[in-house]
Write a protein that binds this ligand. Structure first.
Ligand SMILES: [Fe+2]
Length: 181
């Protein structure tokens, strides 16, 4: 495909974007993301992996929100991270994830407070008031998830369990943008 041509946004993704652009509230947006018909085929134009980390593929961005397809190979996991000032909704498209949730105590010590499994069709929601998290692909194979950030997230902090007082700022980078590597 010539690099100056955007792939067509699949109709189900386009439908969801249209709904979200016109959504009256964040709660409504969550429900739209939970109930949208989205299959592996719908995210195929954005399905790119990365050798050393999970693939971060920008699907759509506007002032109100951003959609990123995260593509995980077997054994890949994120660092423990925050979500800046954004609300993050994750919808598992295929495979399965384990989400480990942490809180940051006043002493800056990380406390693991919850683990949950997110399977295809499930959604999960987090922001800084709820805590920090780490996502891990928990199947023998690949897992795909759409992440919706309200608003888009340009940087976030990562935390090392071994160095609790020294979070690092990471700038958002992409494996592909709008289907282009
Ligand atoms: Fe996250």
């Amino acid at each position: 495909m010539p690099t100056n041509v955007k792939p067509a946004v699949t109709s189900n993704i386009q439908k969801l974007i249209h709904l979200l652009l016109n959504s009256p509230s964040f709660e409504d947006s969550c429900e739209m993301i939970r109930t949208a018909e989205i299959s592996e085929r719908d995210v195929e134009p954005y399905r790119h992996f990365h050798a050393s980390s999970y693939g971060r593929n920008l699907v759509f961005t506007c002032e109100k929100f951003e959609i990123i397809l995260m593509c995980w190979r077997e054994g890949q996991e994120s660092a423990i991270h925050d979500h800046s000032q954004s609300d993050c909704i994750l919808r598992c498209i295929s495979g399965r994830f384990e989400e480990l949730v942490y809180t940051l105590e006043p002493s800056n010590k990380l406390r693991h407070v919850q683990s949950r499994i997110i399977e295809a069709g499930d959604i999960s929601y987090i922001n800084n008031d709820l805590g920090l998290h780490k996502i891990r692909n928990s199947v023998h194979g690949v897992s795909l998830a759409l992440h919706f950030y309200f608003p888009g997230i340009s940087q976030f902090q990562v935390f090392d369990e071994a160095e609790e007082n020294d979070p690092k700022v990471v700038h958002s980078t992409f494996t592909s943008r709008f289907g282009r590597l």
